[in-house]
Design a protein around this ligand. Structure first.
Ligand code: NDP
Length: 329
């Protein structure tokens, strides 16, 4: 194995073109760590925000982005048990994936169904665990209920549509273009609406017999948040998962009273520390992947040298499914 590797490095935060391809020493795993030969990196909107310095937590620089990746274990640090050399694993390490080799704490490895390809494995943890927690852990969605999935052709969106259907919910999917709505319909969405359809609130109420939507996965934020309140049913649950619009949303708590609404925040990073919730999600997701009811949606795949273009394409809303980067030589 060569002593150096290619890796993306960010020295100052900003738009995607601050990312530079560099030659770095191959990292060595310390106690409790494993090294992966990275096969595929799943790019999330959160990676774009982290590079921009707009994520929930402060981004320390210099750093190598890439919070979610899959690869083959090629070195074990002291004291690591339960994982074998040569095993394909996925990691939710928070950083470091955009490189030919990545070191991660063994505790950041995520169990992945054995049937998944490297690309599917890298597309799986963030989107599917988040979708599960939105739909079930926090959203308490029940079979036969309607759920609104925004940005339904994106990484989290496609995961949410698929999982909601597998769990027996009815899906109202919204997105910015007809092509994206077609993606959601192919995954089983029952009703699709352009996010700028002037009749969207009325149509959502009509589809639900005038009741409104009981469960809303809110990922766009800004002015769309008010719309979510308008679409919600009596005792509706709005799960705030993201703010892709990067606009400020406004909430007057008294507005929640009239229809007994609940607004709940969801952050996967802190939920991963909840062992019971993680175990339950992993059990259900593994079963649904094994039965073929859930198939991680692999979107466009870019080489490592084109990482900035991949990030920019997400920002420009050009992509569907999970954007992936393949660092292999
Ligand atoms: P996506 O693949 O869904 O890409 C983002 C999508 O957001 C776009 O495709 C676009 O869909 C939509 N969007 C709406 N407004 C804008 C805008 N102004 N600029 C760019 N995109 C916009 O990304 P992810 O699946 O990674 O994430 C989706 C959302 O979920 C993000 O807000 C993300 O932060 C959040 N998220 C949160 C998690 C958590 O733990 N809380 C975990 C995972 C995701 P369209 O064109 O159809 O509007």
């Amino acid at each position: 194995m060569s002593e150096t590797m290619k890796a993306v490095v960010v020295e100052r935060l900003g738009p995607p073109d601050v990312m530079e391809l560099r030659e770095l020493p191959v990292p060595q795993p310390g106690p409790g760590e494993v090294r992966l030969r990275v096969e595929a990196v799943g790019i999330n909107f959160a990676d774009v925000l982290a590079v921009a310095g707009e994520y929930l937590t402060r981004t320390r620089v210099p750093y190598t982005p890439g919070m979610e990746f899959a690869g083959v274990v090629d070195a074990l640090g002291e004291g690591v048990t339960g994982v074998q050399l040569g095993q394909r694993v996925a990691a939710l390490a928070g950083r470091g994936g955009l490189a030919e080799y990545a070191v991660t704490p063994a505790a950041a490895l995520v169990p992945i169904p054995a049937s998944l390809s490297a690309e599917q494995a890298a597309a799986f943890p963030v989107s599917y665990f988040t979708a599960y927690h939105g739909l079930k852990t926090l959203g308490r969605g029940q079979p036969g209920e309607w759920v609104l999935v925004q940005a339904a052709a994106g990484a989290l969106g496609t995961a949410s549509v698929q999982l909601a259907k597998a769990l027996g919910l009815n899906v109202l999917a919204t997105a910015s273009t007809e092509e994206k709505l077609a993606v959601a319909r192919k995954l089983g969405a029952d009703l699709t609406l352009l996010q700028d359809d002037p009749e969207r609130v009325h149509k959502a109420r009509e589809a639900t017999g005038g009741k409104g939507i009981p469960l809303i996965l809110e990922v766009v934020g800004g002015k769309r948040f008010q719309e979510s309140l308008d679409m919600a049913a009596h005792r509706g649950r709005i799960i705030v998962i993201g703010n892709a619009s990067r606009e400020q949303a406004h909430l007057r708590p008294v507005e929640l009273m009239k229809r007994n609404l609940t607004v709940t925040g969801l952050w996967l990073t802190s939920l991963m520390g909840d062992e019971e919730a993680t175990r339950e999600a992993a059990e259900v997701l593994t079963r649904l992947v094994a039965s073929g009811q859930v198939v991680p949606q692999v979107g466009p795949i870019y080489p490592l040298a084109d990482s900035a273009r991949a990030f920019q394409d997400i920002l420009d809303r050009k992509t569907t499914g999970k954007v992936l980067i393949r660092p292999g030589r």
